[in-house]
Write a protein of this length. Structure first.
Length: 94
């Protein structure tokens, strides 16, 4: 498979009190890995409050090079450690 290819996809967008999401499902069984990029083509989708939309689009998948994959994994690991917070506060521990 080449480094860059176009593929069909389904875009689902919901905008309500219960759901606020935008999901892209690629056709076929394409496996994405760290550093891969997906660009969905077409006009911006605007869904009014209370609505939802499902639309067919074309997407371009660009596979990351091995060094890009490694760098993405390292960045992800470092970013995750920023979420850790350990604090020690003085106080009465009875």
């Amino acid at each position: 498979m080449s480094r860059r290819f176009d593929i069909g996809c389904t875009v689902e967008v919901a905008h309500s009190f219960e759901h606020l999401h935008a999901h892209v499902t690629l056709d076929s069984d394409v496996q994405l890995d760290a550093g891969d990029r997906v660009i969905v083509h077409g006009e911006r989708i605007i869904v009014p409050f209370g609505g939802s939309l499902s639309e067919r689009r074309t997407a371009t998948v660009t596979r990351a090079r091995p060094w890009e994959r490694a760098l993405t994994r390292i960045k992800a690991r470092l970013t995750l450690t920023e979420l850790y917070e350990i604090g020690f506060s003085p106080g009465d521990h009875r």
